[in-house]
Design a protein around this ligand. Structure first.
Ligand code: NAP
Length: 267
């Protein structure tokens, strides 16, 4: 077999980090050589996959882990405050980044475009690694051509920091490519409780639900004359993100610059 991909994961002690590690460590072409988090320091990640210890423990200093383990790829599932610093560190050591953390701004992506050029090392970003969610976005984009009145309801667990979700934003961006900005709802509508009508994006409305028990769910509801159309996706467990992350790992070393969205690897 050809050489294994040498991977480190930042956010290894988090909800996504644990499940992504458990999923990718089973793959014969992947070797997880390092793990970074500020909690669970010293824990051997072998236990995540229900295996024995593999002598890879969680450490808290990314740069040192990179120097010690010489990875090709960093996978980041941290938080919006940490992710840019982590990617800058990885790029400065010519380590490619697969980024699942949401909350990156267009300004961040512009900075990354410059840094990937400077270091000749790619960054892949996907606000949603679930194949079904990517299909939901594509179907919603198609429906938006015929049904311009649309509201997005995204639902996540109550520890999620950013709102709306990266998936909701990306969905509305994709719909906006084929739909002109327009006002929705009554022309004189007003809110009795601020925020009741949700966030505004080019006339579309987005509503973010945060509750314990949820993972990641989204409905895109289109309204037309005498009918509605609902396109819905549910991630029922964090396993749903593993195949997309594996696809990114197996493709990133052939990429250039910043590549944004799992759909770029699908069609
Ligand atoms: P989480 O449970 O809070 O995990 C994040 C972990 O990262 C925490 O253990 C946190 O430690 C750690 N961390 C913070 N700063 C760090 C740093 N500089 N270096 C290393 N580790 C650091 O959050 P989650 O639910 O796993 O989600 C993580 C991210 O993935 C979020 O942005 C979420 O929106 C995103 N997400 C993306 C997808 C997708 O398909 N793209 C799917 C689901 C979730 P502390 O708690 O000590 O800060």
């Amino acid at each position: 077999m050809t050489e294994k991909y040498r991977i480190i994961l930042t956010g290894a002690g988090g909800k996504m980090g644990k499940d992504i590690l458990a999923g990718i460590m089973k793959e014969p072409d992947i070797q997880v050589v390092g793990a970074v988090d500020f909690k669970m320091i010293g824990k051997d990640i072998g236990f995540y996959a229900g295996e024995e210890a593999i002598n890879v423990t969680i450490q808290d200093k990314l740069e040192q882990v990179i120097i010690d383990t010489k990875p090709q790829i960093m996978i980041d599932f941290t938080n919006p405050q940490a992710v840019m610093k982590n990617i800058r560190t990885a790029l400065s050591h010519k380590v490619a980044s697969v980024v699942g953390t949401t909350g990156l701004t267009s300004h961040d992506v512009e900075e990354l475009a410059e840094l990937t050029e400077k270091h000749q090392t790619p960054v892949f970003i996907a606000p949603n690694f679930a194949l079904g969610a990517v299909l939901m976005m594509r179907f919603a984009q198609e429906a938006g051509k015929y049904f311009p009145h649309v509201e997005v309801i995204e639902k996540h667990h109550d520890q999620k920091m950013d709102a709306p979700s990266g998936t909701a934003l990306k969905t509305m961006e994709m719909i906006a490519e084929s739909r002109k900005e327009m006002h929705q709802g009554a022309s004189h509508e007003f809110e009795k409780i601020p925020g009741s009508r949700g966030g505004y994006y080019q006339g579309m409305r987005v509503h973010s639900v945060r509750l314990p028990g949820l993972i990641a769910h989204q409905e895109v509801i289109f309204g037309g004359q005498g009918q509605t159309l609902t396109i819905r996706h549910d991630s029922l467990s964090r396993d749903s993100f593993v195949p997309g992350v594996l696809l990114a790992i197996r493709n990133i070393l052939n990429m250039k610059g910043v590549v944004y969205g799992l759909e770029k690897l699908l069609w």
